[in-house]
Design a protein around this ligand. Structure first.
Ligand code: AMP
Length: 173
């Protein structure tokens, strides 16, 4: 069910933000409250009995999906952000982009030993973003139970960068 609902609510935008990229626009999902509810439930489904203690969401669409997941599991939400956005002491990890590199940061006290974490983003493409977030969480001594994404672009083989992490995706292209 979720597959059909989702497929109809994801808008392909060719050549955004640059030529050759087909952007998966999830704003029609956000505009549909029933679809949103189904998505949140589907994203947490594998983790209901997993003893999760924290949801870590990646800026910015990971925040949208991550906070209701944390609410449903009755655990805390922790943001992973672009550099210079988090006010407290941070750890940071860089990852390669097609041209250049990018960096993500996490508060030092955001997760720690004993935490069981699910990491969330809207989309898995090459895996650079999610693998950097995994490194941040592991550096702070927490265990990653899994990663959840709404969309996986399987042809980009992002899972290869995420060996050792179970990835749960709702839709795969
Ligand atoms: P990657 O690090 O290559 O796995 O890219 C994942 C990040 O880039 C996610 O935060 C996505 O929001 C964004 N992203 C990459 N490719 C797309 C795409 N085709 N459509 C929408 N978002 C994308």
């Amino acid at each position: 069910m979720v597959d059909q609902v989702l497929t109809s609510l994801i808008r392909d935008v060719p050549d955004f933000p640059k030529p050759g990229i087909v952007f998966k626009d999830i704003t029609p999902i956000l505009a549909d409250p029933q679809a949103m509810n189904q998505v949140y439930d589907a994203l947490i489904e594998p983790y209901r009995e997993a003893g999760v203690t924290r949801i870590v969401g990646i800026e910015s669409r990971g925040f949208i999906f991550g906070t209701p997941m944390a609410d449903r599991l009755n655990v805390g939400f922790v943001p992973v952000r672009k550099p210079g956005k988090l006010p407290w002491k941070t750890v940071s990890e860089s990852y390669a982009l097609e041209y250049g590199e990018d960096t993500l940061e996490l508060h030092e006290d955001g997760v720690g030993e004993g935490d069981k974490v699910v990491i969330v983003d809207d989309l898995l493409a090459t895996g650079g973003t999610l693998s950097a977030a995994c490194r941040l969480v592991r550096r702070l001594g927490a265990e990653i139970v899994g990663a959840s994404v709404v969309i996986e672009l399987a042809f980009l083989e992002g899972r290869k960068k995420l060996e050792g992490t179970t990835v749960h995706s709702l839709l795969s292209y």
